[in-house]
Design a protein around this ligand. Structure first.
Ligand code: SF4
Length: 351
């Protein structure tokens, strides 16, 4: 079977259906369908039977198997999803009249970040673009009308740069018209710092990049994120400097998970400011979501606030992202925990 319908671009559809008008009609129809539709119908409005029949014989839909839905009191909804070869999770986070969907790009992960539950799973497979897009299709179909899906973040299970062909395709599909037509800046792909992938992503996509930095010295980052030995902090900053020179209006998001006594000192705050002095970066401080057995702890709230204030006082854009969905283990780095507690096969999160 050829690639699933949800993973095809409007240009590919136009070529196969022989007209852009038909491709647009098909996309409008597709995104209005229930997320669990498994079979293509005999006819689709706007596409002639003669063209549709051979197309529908070749391409199928990519329904996900929803193994569970868990909702936290703050409205965050976590899905456990079966895909061929494993299980992943997606999270829908409602806020300020819109929803953000956090998607997974791999079953497991090849990286070994010390603070992330996903690393316990090892690596099983990379998702196809249609399996990534299907997570958004599901969350979008189930979003309340007053919280439509406007943002997508690749911060679930997996390192997106290790599955970049499919991630770039998924971004293209999510941002194309007529639907879902998300703004490129509203789609954010997060990386733990895979330099070749970052360079390619920045050159080939207009979507936002988020770098999960988490340390201000290589000594600490080597311990937290072992692949820092391959791509150290200096090389990550070089990529961001190159990008700033080439695309000066493009923002980069920097994720910095705070761990008590590891990376939360005043000296860390000062070094962080120095790193991004001349770069268009927005720093998100993320209080660590506890994960048993790591020996890592969340700093006290006063320390988090003091770190934040010290960074902001020096003129750097910086926010604290207080965790959502902690009650259902849907916060960054936690997703696999609740699944295991329920006896599901392991899954995901937290680049
Ligand atoms: S933080 Fe991201 S890159 Fe690191 S192990 Fe977890 S999923 Fe993989």
């Amino acid at each position: 079977m050829a690639r699933g319908l949800l993973g095809l671009t409007v240009d590919e559809l136009s070529a196969e259906l022989g007209s852009r008008t038909r491709a647009i009609e098909l996309l409008k129809w597709l995104w209005a369908q229930p997320w669990d539709r498994a079979e293509l119908p005999d006819t689709v409005p706007g596409v002639s039977h003669r063209v549709w029949r051979p197309f529908a014989r070749t391409h199928g839909l990519t329904p996900l198997a929803v193994r569970s839905r868990q909702q936290s009191p703050d409205g965050t909804l976590k899905y456990a999803l079966g895909v061929a070869g494993g299980e992943v999770e997606a999270v829908r986070i409602p806020a300020k009249g819109r929803s953000t969907v956090c998607v997974s790009s791999q079953v497991g992960c090849t990286r070994r970040c010390a603070f992330c539950a996903t690393k316990e799973l090892g690596y099983a497979k990379s998702l196809t673009a249609e399996q990534i897009v299907a997570q958004v299709h599901l969350a979008r179909a189930e979003s309340p009308a007053d919280f439509p899906v406007r943002n997508v973040v690749f911060m679930g299970m997996g390192e997106p740069m290790d599955n970049l062909d499919e991630v770039l395709r998924a971004v293209q599909v999510l941002t194309q018209g007529p639907t879902p037509q998300l703004r490129a800046e509203s789609v954010t792909v997060s990386t733990s710092g895979v330099v070749p992938g970052m360079r390619r992503f920045l050159a080939e996509s207009k979507a936002s990049l988020a770098l999960s930095l988490n340390a201000t010295t290589d000594e600490v980052r080597d311990r937290l994120m072992p692949h820092n030995r391959t791509w150290n902090i200096g090389s990550l900053l070089d990529v961001l400097r190159e990008a700033a020179a080439r695309w000066p209006r493009r923002d980069t998001f920097v994720e910095y998970v705070l761990f008590e006594g590891v990376n939360d000192t005043d000296a860390d705050a000062d070094r962080l400011v120095t790193f991004f002095k001349d770069l268009p970066a927005r720093i998100n401080l993320i209080p660590y979501n506890p994960y048993p057995g790591t020996g890592l702890r969340t700093p006290p709230t006063e320390r988090i606030n003091a770190f934040h204030d010290r960074v902001v006082r020096q003129g750097q854009l910086c926010l604290v992202r207080w965790p959502r969905g902690r009650e259902i283990a849907a916060a960054c780095g936690q997703l696999v925990l609740a699944q295991n507690a329920q006896g599901f096969s392991p899954a995901p999160s937290a680049t």
